[in-house]
Write a protein that binds this ligand. Structure first.
Ligand code: 0A1
Ligand code: ZN
Length: 884
């Protein structure tokens, strides 16, 4: 990559780090003892490290350390050691002994000034840490790399009245009172870990407690800590934790390995949550929930993320990454595990549809833009920028493909061998691949490019039936597109799950290569082209291709509109039943967007949608699925499918609005009846009630497209009388694009009711920011100055600024005002929190996708940001790669 030097920006030219330069550490650390003296002004950290030189050691040891860390002193074997050099990235110690020695380092840090929220910082007056990926170097000098694994003992000392709770990893082994109203605790973590899994919390927190008996009969104490006024909102997170612990035992035979498991919820957190050993720290939005304050979607997210962090205890902590290029080793695998957990706890088909939708909108777009990277990247400037949908979600798809190829049992064998070989080690994706292949005696060599190649493969599938020969032939082709830095690609093994649906709507028994292969077979498609012929096919079938989305590819088929309508009604695969409808809608919408502005509805689609809605009256209707199937492809998904240099968000918005409004007009009676039939008297959190709620609210969403005062009045009425947040937010959302008094009233009343609850206020900010009402930017600017916003809190930035970037009309306003506003915010944020600023600037990365006037306006803002003095490495990397 030829990254441009920032003009007088950072003090050092940002350095790119390459996978190919990996070298093992010069020393291993057998044991680490940390002591924190927490103070309001300046915290002292003493670390005592038992260091062991690797063979061939030169007597030099490099320790990472941020410029913000003040070095108070270094001793080696008890004597002051002054032979070191301090650079902007750390400390090089020289002339060290050639045998094991004790290294002691004392530093002073200023957590109270830390707005980056990495390392040790304060949130709502409490101390907490975030060390992944490279935050530990903001605490002390250390080999801050995941292959340096050690056991940690941590002593914490603080004022007792202010910080009665003092937590770290592992088991509490000592505690006591000190002079001057201070107290201390000592924690010992018996498991080796890299420093990115270190955690500390000190605060005035409330706690709920429960117990879990593991499969071998050990009792584990489970605790969730939060600010005291939120203590009644932790029950769902606790239930989710218990379910996760049980699921991991039943599914993978993995049992928790300590006597205590803690979760702490904090308000100021850059990401979702963090899997620190036995002390998970969570963004409070992923812990706190009551039916009145959190939506069904929040409940589902909490269940999934609590599980995700818990599952990391094995996939991430017990077996960790050798270096950060291997991040998908733990993240792809853990996302796959949490997806499977949620699928088992809820509706499997609906979960898969949601996961694939997200992959297609966010990851496919990333894979087609300037930030495209393989799930195992080759290089980075700032690791924080690589916690991406590619590493996480595409990574999870890659893990899922092993399961599809090897079967559930084969996958489990691979997992067992992986833990048997690598427990307590820091390893690579190659090691995972080897465990999967070896445990199954499988040759998966053509699967490997999934790790090294970026870009979404394009697969075409053409089927043809030969009535005389009674054969059905499926011809597949694949092309992996070019991505930045990767001009040539090779074919990669795509598991393509196929079924043939007979005229009676039933799956046919398949015969391939003379063998009977059941009703769904997985083709191992690893060439540029291949042809598969099914024999004994008695009648012309409709093929169902890529069932359950068996590979993360862009699929094009020669299915006709009639075929798709048939699959919508008959496919036994829930995913493909949904996908058939989406393909019809996508085709219509893309035609309208590319057309001459004369919008015309396709009657077949209205009929198909009517049939979907009618399905809700069936006795065992899957209402969550129906609600999902009623959803029209998002603006983001459509924009991703259009050619570079052509996207006009106003047109996409118009076309979507036309389709929604036409369907609402033609199906009004069906929508109203379904809405009424699914309106419950009283809130309940049973799966059937959640499904009915989502169906009802989808109907309200459609109806809101009608220009009818009665609908606005009805929606407001539902808003005012809702007994739960799901219904309240759905009604508010349905009003948020409408120029009417009800909208103004509802937002004002919502503020009155909830302004003391910051998590609920984030929803209020987000919905207003996303609104497509003309000139809403003025409202967003006003909200930014208002009491509900705080630029230092990441959740508020994600809601208000992130929400604004999702508005087709206002972020993409033709006069460029939305782009200018975002750039202003990024420039301001960059000084406070580079990680959050770089997430926000990502809304500009796909600027080349847009039509000329918008793309040049976005480009101008990127250039303006690049010219900022002292730009963070985070933002510099995204901006410079975007401008290449
Ligand atoms: N490992 C955590 C998420 C996480 C990642 C990066 C962070 O800072 C750059 C913070 C948290 C997870 O996957 O849940
Ligand atoms: Zn994770």
């Amino acid at each position: 990559m030829t990254t441009q030097t920032p003009q007088e920006t950072t003090k050092d030219v940002p350095k790119e780090i390459f996978l190919r330069d990996y070298k093992p550490p010069s020393h291993s650390f057998a044991k680490v003892e940390l002591a924190f003296d927490l103070r309001e002004q300046g915290t002292t950290v003493r670390s005592i490290i038992s260091a062991v030189p690797a063979s061939g050691s030169t007597g030099e040891l490099f320790l990472h350390g941020d410029e913000s860390v003040k070095l108070d002193g270094v001793t080696v074997n008890g004597s002051a050691h002054e032979r070191y050099e301090r650079g902007s990235k750390g400390l090089t110690l020289k002339d060290l002994p050639n045998e094991p020695f004790e290294l002691s380092i004392t530093t002073t840090i200023e957590p109270q000034e830390n707005t980056a929220l990495e390392g040790l910082y304060k949130s709502s007056g409490n101390f907490c840490t975030q060390c992944e990926a490279e935050g530990f170097r903001r605490i002390t000098f250390y080999q801050d790399r995941p292959d340096c694994m050690s056991t940690f003992t941590t002593r914490i000392e603080a004022d007792k009245a202010k910080y009665p709770v003092l937590l770290s990893n592992g088991n509490l082994i000592d505690s006591g009172e000190l002079e001057g109203g201070r107290h201390f605790t000592v924690w010992e973590d018996p498991w080796v870990k890299p420093c990115y899994l270190f955690a500390l919390v000190a605060g005035n927190l409330g706690m709920i407690e429960d117990k879990f008996k593991t499969m071998s009969g050990k009792d584990v104490t489970l605790r969730i800590f939060t600010e005291k006024h939120n203590i009644d909102k932790c029950a769902h997170a606790m239930t989710s934790l218990i379910k996760s612990m049980k699921w991991d035992e039943e599914t993978f035979g993995l049992e928790y390995d300590l006597d205590l498991f803690n979760i702490v919820a904090v308000d100021d957190f850059n990401m979702g949550a963090m899997e620190n050993k036995s002390l998970n720290i969570f963004n409070s939005r992923l812990v706190l929930a009551t039916p009145q304050s959190a939506t069904d979607a929040d409940y589902a997210a909490i269940e999934g993320v609590v599980a995700h962090e818990y599952f990391h205890n094995y996939t991430g902590n017990r077996v960790t990454c050798r270096d950060w290029f291997q991040l998908s080793l733990k993240e792809g695998l853990t996302v796959y595990r949490d997806q499977e957990f949620s699928a088992d706890m809820n509706s499997r088909g609906v979960k898969r549809i949601g996961d694939v939708s997200r992959l297609r909108t966010a990851q496919f777009a990333q894979d087609a833009g300037p930030m495209a990277h393989p799930i195992r990247p080759e290089s980075y400037i700032k690791m924080d920028n690589f916690y991406t949908v590619t590493v996480y979600e595409k990574g999870a798809e890659v893990v899922r493909m092993y399961e599809t190829l090897l079967g559930k049992d084969g996958f489990r064998k691979g997992m067992d061998l992986y833990f048997q070989r690598h427990d307590g080690q820091a390893v690579t994706t190659e090691d995972f691949f080897a465990a999967m292949s070896d445990a199954n005696g499988a040759d998966l060599s053509t699967f490997k490019p999934w790790y090294s190649q970026a870009g979404t493969p394009r697969v075409t599938a053409n089927g043809s039936y030969d009535a005389d020969a009674k054969t059905f032939t499926l011809s597949l082709t694949q092309v992996v597109p070019k991505t930045p830095g990767q001009d040539t690609k090779i074919p990669v093994m795509c598991p393509v799950a196929v079924g043939l649906v007979g005229p009676d709507g039933k799956d046919m028994e398949l015969t391939l290569d003379g063998k009977s292969v059941g009703t769904t077979t997985v083709l191992r498609f690893d060439k540029a082209e291949a042809t598969y012929t099914f024999t004994g096919v008695e009648a012309k079938p409709v093929p169902s291709i890529l069932r359950n989305f068996s590979a993360p590819v862009r699929l094009t088929t020669n299915l006709t509109q009639d075929d798709l309508v048939f699959l919508m009604a008959n496919d036994s695969d829930a995913f493909n039943r949904w996908e058939a409808g989406q393909t019809l809608l996508r085709t219509l919408l893309l035609d309208l967007i590319k057309g001459d502005g004369q919008y015309k509805m396709d009657a077949a689609i209205t009929t198909a949608m009517r049939a979907i809605i009618a399905g809700a009256k069936e006795p065992n209707a899957d209402k969550a699925f129906i609600a999902r199937a009623m959803m029209v492809p998002s603006a983001g998904e459509l924009s991703d499918m259009l050619d570079e240099g052509t996207v006009d968000p106003a047109k996409i918005h118009e076309a979507r609005t036309f389709v929604m409004k036409t369907l609402a007009t033609e199906l009004r009676a069906d929508l109203e009846a379904t809405m009424k039939a699914n309106s419950a008297e009283k809130y309940s959190n049973e799966p059937a009630d959640r499904a009915a709620r989502s169906l009802k609210n989808t109907c309200i969403g459609y109806l809101s497209y009608l220009d009818d005062a009665a609908i606005a009045a009805m929606t407001y009425e539902r808003f005012a009388s809702a007994d739960n947040m799901t219904d309240k937010i759905a009604a508010l959302n349905s009003l948020s694009d409408k120029e009417c008094d009800e909208r103004i009233k509802a937002f004002a009343e919502f503020y009155e009711e909830w302004n003391k609850d910051p998590l609920v206020m984030n929803k209020w900010l987000g919905l207003q920011a996303m609104s497509n009402l003309p000139n809403n930017i003025a409202n967003v600017k006003a909200l930014m100055e208002g009491p509900a916003f705080d630029i230092k809190n990441p959740n508020k930035v994600y809601s208000l600024i992130g929400g604004f970037c999702a508005s087709s009309v206002n972020f993409h306003a033709a006069d460029g005002s939305g782009y200018e506003f975002l750039a202003d915010v990024v420039i301001k944020l960059d000084d406070l929190n580079g990680q959050v600023a770089s997430r926000m600037v990502s809304a500009f990365t796909r600027w080349k996708k847009y039509e000329p006037s918008r793309s040049s306006a976005m480009r101008a803002q990127l250039e303006r940001i690049r010219a900022k003095k002292g730009l963070s490495e985070n933002v510099f990397e995204i901006v410079s790669k975007s401008l290449e």
